[in-house]
Structure formats: structure tokens, C-alpha cells
Design a protein around this ligand. Structure first.
Ligand SMILES: C[S@@+](CC[C@H](N)C(=O)[O-])C[C@H]1O[C@@H](n2cnc3c(N)ncnc32)[C@H](O)[C@@H]1O
Length: 288
């Protein structure tokens, strides 16, 4: 672990975000029991089913802060996060070169991608990670762009016009309403995409919700449950998180105080969809 972010108090893992393959990412984060993609999987799948219930074309999801395609691996290949941890953090493949790892992964995912897999594209600033996820077939399309600082490229803008649902784990905080406000757009003849976001409890989602409301989306928080994200990497991370959630008026005693970051879940949808079934009822079967 190297240093921490002065504003959020979170450990700085940027050195593992853009490696030629995912091994360092999993070796490092598995030490802290990183688990939010696994917690998110059934939630995202329920949301995909609700959207798909309207019929029509196969669903198109955009994973914001997609990294090496972790969510895509779980959602498109039916894998468990433990499978990925074993693969990338274990000793068997540790000596492969990045190219050999890529060759092995290409076959691994080709054998596992589900016949009716959801179409997942990805956006992340980490160009190597996005390229890897595309090359091994986890992402159908990927873009390495920073919408905190700039505007989407023409190619990305074309995809944004087609996306049905935006998902994200572990990304809010790095990205803000500046990114979400550009990703979600009102399209001619169709509403803005749904946004399904896991957000650390220390971050407010208000500015993003307000931005999404400009595009006709109503945001609801799933009540009664927060999802473990990972163990704290240090006492200073823990102290900073406890302070930040307390400042937001939240009680850390059953969550951060146990030694882990926790995320809340927010779903933003067009008003009619939200009115048809509140998020608490939509996700009643999958919220632990
Ligand atoms: C904690 S990782 C989460 C990755 C993945 N979603 C997961 O849950 O395993 C955070 C990711 O956010 C990406 N990121 C940071 N700043 C970003 C930005 N401005 N736009 C897009 N992605 C960004 C990083 O490159 C990194 O891949």
C-alpha cells in the first residue's frame, strides 16, 4: 500500500489500476477481502431482469470504472469473485508473462461466457485495464476516457445513446456528477438509462442524484441494508471513514466500526418505472 488520498482518507491503490493484466489488482485487493462486485452481482442481475421484462433488444450495460472487467466477468460468465481471486492471486499462473496471461484468459473466458450474456461495455481512465478486458472478451467495448476532465469522444457518445443501464462498483468518489451527468443523457425517443450504483457510505450521492434528475431520473436508496466493500487497509483509513460517515449523520457502529468499508445502493430510473415498483420491493429477494 502506498500513501492515502488526503481528501477521502482512502489508501492509494492507483499503482494496481492500470497494469498489463489483473494479477496485481487481485493479489492486492484480496488481501483486504475486496468483495463489492460479488455483493453487487445479484442486485445488478435483478435490475437487468426488470429492464428486460419490457422486452425488445438485448440489454446494453455500461460499467463505469470497469477496471479489468470484474463486474463483466461475474455478470457475463457466471463466475464467482472467488474464482477470479484464485485465478489471479494464486500461484498457478503467477509466472506467466502478461502476453501468456492474456492468451490463457482469452480461452478461459471464451469457454465460460454465457450464451445469453448481457452486452457490457466499460469506461475507466486506466487504458491498460480497459484494453485487457476488451481483448479477453469480457467487455464488448471499452473506452479509456476521463469525463471528470473532458467530454466523451464521438465513439463513446455513440454508445451512450444506446445504453440501457449504467452500473458501478467502487467508482463513486473517483467519479462525480461531472462524469454521471455526461454519461446519462436524454435521447431522442427514449428515456435516459437507469443508473445502479454502489456508493461508499462516506460519500454523499446528493449531487449525482440532482444531476440525474435533470435527465428525468428519480433516485431511490435501497433501505435497510449496506454492503461490505473491503477491510480497511490501515487504522488511518478506518479512522477517516468513521469520521466521514459520522459527519454525514450515519452511525458507524454496526458497519465501519467492524473494520470494513460499507456501500449503500442507489437506483435511478425514469419516474414511471420508479412509481411502478419501489426499489425496496424490486430488490427484496436479493438484499441480504
Ligand atoms: C476500486 S477500483 C473499482 C474497479 C471495479 N469497478 C471493481 O469494483 O473491482 C476504481 C476504478 O476507478 C477508476 N477510475 C478512477 N478515476 C476515474 C475516472 N475519472 N473515470 C473513470 N474511471 C476512473 C480506476 O482506474 C479504477 O479502475
Amino acid at each position: 500500500m502506498s500513501g492515502s488520498d488526503a481528501e477521502t482518507g482512502k489508501a492509494d491503490f492507483s499503482h494496481i489500476y492500470d497494469r498489463p493484466d489483473p494479477r496485481d489488482y487481485f493479489r492486492t485487493l484480496s488481501r483486504y477481502d475486496y468483495e463489492i462486485p460479488q455483493r453487487a452481482q445479484p442486485v445488478f442481475e435483478t435490475i437487468f431482469s426488470a429492464l428486460q421484462a419490457d422486452g425488445g433488444e438485448p440489454l446494453r450495460a455500461l460499467d463505469l470504472c470497469c477496471s479489468y472487467g470484474v463486474n463483466a466477468a461475474l455478470l457475463r460468465c457466471g463466475l464467482h469473485l472467488d474464482d477470479l481471486v484464485k485465478r489471479y492471486a494464486g500461484p498457478e499462473l503467477a509466472d506467466l508473462s502478461a502476453d501468456e496471461m492474456y492468451m490463457a484468459d482469452k480461452d478461459y473466458y471464451a469457454d465460460r461466457v454465457l450464451p445469453d450474456a448481457v452486452h457490457v461495455s466499460g469506461l475507466d481512465v486506466a487504458a491498460n485495464a480497459v484494453a485487457y478486458a476488451c481483448r479477453v472478451g469480457l467487455l464488448d467495448n471499452g473506452w479509456a476516457e476521463n469525463l471528470e476532465d473532458g467530454k466523451p469522444s464521438t465513439e463513446l457518445a455513440r454508445e451512450l445513446d444506446l445504453v440501457d443501464v449504467v452500473i458501478t462498483t467502487g467508482g463513486i468518489g473517483y467519479i462525480t456528477e461531472r462524469t454521471l451527468g455526461q454519461v446519462v443523457r436524454t435521447r431522442p425517443g427514449r428515456p435516459a438509462p437507469w443508473v445502479a450504483a454502489f456508493v461508499l457510505r462516506q460519500f454523499s450521492y446528493e449531487a449525482i442524484s440532482a444531476e440525474l434528475a435533470q435527465h428525468g431520473l428519480v433516485t431511490e436508496q435501497l433501505h435497510g441494508v449496506s454492503f461490505p466493500q473491503r477491510r480497511f487497509a490501515s487504522d488511518s483509513e478506518r479512522d477517516a471513514a468513521m469520521r466521514a460517515v459520522s459527519e454525514r449523520g450515519l452511525d458507524p457502529s454496526e458497519h465501519e466500526e467492524t473494520g470494513r468499508y460499507y456501500a449503500d445502493f442507489y437506483l435511478s430510473r425514469p419516474r414511471d418505472a420508479a412509481a411502478r415498483e419501489p426499489v425496496d420491493s424490486l430488490l427484496a429477494a436479493v438484499a441480504p
